[in-house]
Design a protein around this ligand. Structure first.
Ligand SMILES: [Fe+2]
Length: 403
């Protein structure tokens, strides 16, 4: 997968991200085969770059399956958008459609025995908060499932996560959408959103609202007590708040904004694991990263022995994936790619991950896109569901049926 400036897009490339318009509708879905018409439309609407599965225009390389179905994500983004709009207008919102979206997210996580979480959707500027809310809900639900929350708490956590940034409606858009550094005053205004969101949810007639509102209030608390708004530390922060903090930061780091590219998951991993002491609940963080593709399938990296592409990323060993090594250290293609599982081959290390333009030039120099080596291959990684998860899945499905 590679993020390309629009000017380099070619007919026959496959989109590996979806694009949403300002009202939350999905206008170009992941997996779309680019045509001249689509490319000129992308230029027209001012999109600067998008992710494609490969530079190769001869072969169709499908994007990796994600944990959320395309429809679940698109509907949920739209529901969050509707909810924000309604709250601004009426001070309340219809809970049923959002509960449905929340249950669908949980259902996908339970049901789709598939690849590790690979978050790849791109958002337009206005849609950021809504798409972010859905990703945070998905990641919260995933962590909730991994630690075996019962269906009732899982539902409250996921629903609360969809609402976690609701307080942003009280922050002036000029501050919220400001490009570049915020002044101290502006930052203190942004920081009010967690408490504002909490108070908004508390003022509504929603079952379990005290529990649901905790995600909004506590997702910026740090384990060492240096977060906000209350400066709570350790387990004085609710489980919902500690889970929400991980989901929120991971998605913020990996997603693209108008003024920055998203970091690859490997960089987010490094920042959250090694450069954020005291911020996160370590036990939850370790469990999270054992279940997120730190090096997603298709990642091209320089290894200590040459260049390789990730063929498979297994649960529990996401930091040491299986590579197909296709070139030597001088980037000369091997006659046949060699499969190396870094988990068992401890002497081989990842030196760096090639990204975007670096990758673009590398592929050109190489003469073929290593992504084509993955054509026809399916990653077999599956979520190891805790024993309790099946019962939760059944219960969630029942709830959905009754809505
Ligand atoms: Fe937030």
């Amino acid at each position: 997968m590679i993020e390309l400036p629009v000017k380099y897009l070619k007919k026959g490339m496959v989109m590996s991200q979806s694009l949403y318009n300002a009202s939350g509708a999905n206008y170009l879905a992941k997996g779309t085969l680019l045509t001249e018409r689509y490319i000129s439309k992308l230029k027209q609407v001012g999109v600067t770059g998008i992710n494609v599965t490969s530079l190769d225009t001869e072969h169709v390389l499908e994007p990796p399956e994600e944990i959320l179905q395309e429809k679940t994500r698109a509907v949920a983004v739209k529901r969050v958008y509707d909810m924000f709009t309604q709250v601004v207008r009426d001070g309340r919102f219809d809970t049923a459609p959002l509960y449905k979206a929340s249950a669908a997210i949980i259902n996908d996580i339970m049901d789709r025995r598939m690849n590790l979480v690979q978050l790849t959707d791109i958002r337009t500027h206005d849609m950021y908060t809504f798409a972010h809310s859905v990703n945070v809900a998905m990641l919260c639900a995933l962590i909730g499932v991994l630690i075996g929350l019962d269906s009732h708490r899982l539902s409250n956590l996921t629903f609360g996560a969809l609402l976690h940034d609701l307080g942003k409606i009280k922050v002036p858009t000029s501050v919220l959408n400001k490009k570049g550094r915020l002044t101290d005053t502006e930052f203190s205004i942004v920081k009010t959103h967690s408490m504002q969101g909490f108070e908004l949810i508390e003022s509504m007639d929603i079952p379990d609202k005290h529990e649901i509102a905790l995600v909004a209030r506590q997702h910026h608390e740090h384990m060492d007590g240096k977060g906000y708004p209350d400066g709570r530390a350790g387990e004085a922060i609710s489980l919902y708040g500690r889970i929400g903090a991980i989901a929120d930061v991971y998605d913020a780091l990996t997603s693209a904004r108008p003024y920055k590219k998203g970091y690859p998951p490997s960089v987010a991993y490094n920042i959250m694991k090694n450069f954020s002491p005291g911020h996160f609940d370590d036990k939850l963080l370790n469990m999270f990263f054992r279940n997120v593709a730190i090096y997603p399938v298709g990642t091209i990296a320089e290894l200590s022995i040459g260049y390789g592409i990730v063929e498979e990323c297994k649960f529990g060993r996401t930091d040491r994936p299986v590579f197909l090594v296709f070139a030597d250290k001088k980037a000369r293609p091997l006659s046949k790619p060699v499969k190396i599982d870094l988990y068992s081959e401890k002497r081989v290390n990842i030196t760096s991950v090639l990204k975007d333009m670096e990758l673009f030039h590398f592929v050109r120099q190489l003469g073929f896109d290593p992504a084509t080596l993955l054509i026809g291959q399916q990653s077999a990684s599956e979520i190891e569901q805790p024993a309790a998860a099946k019962a939760v899945a059944a219960d969630t499905r029942r709830r959905m049926m009754s809505m």
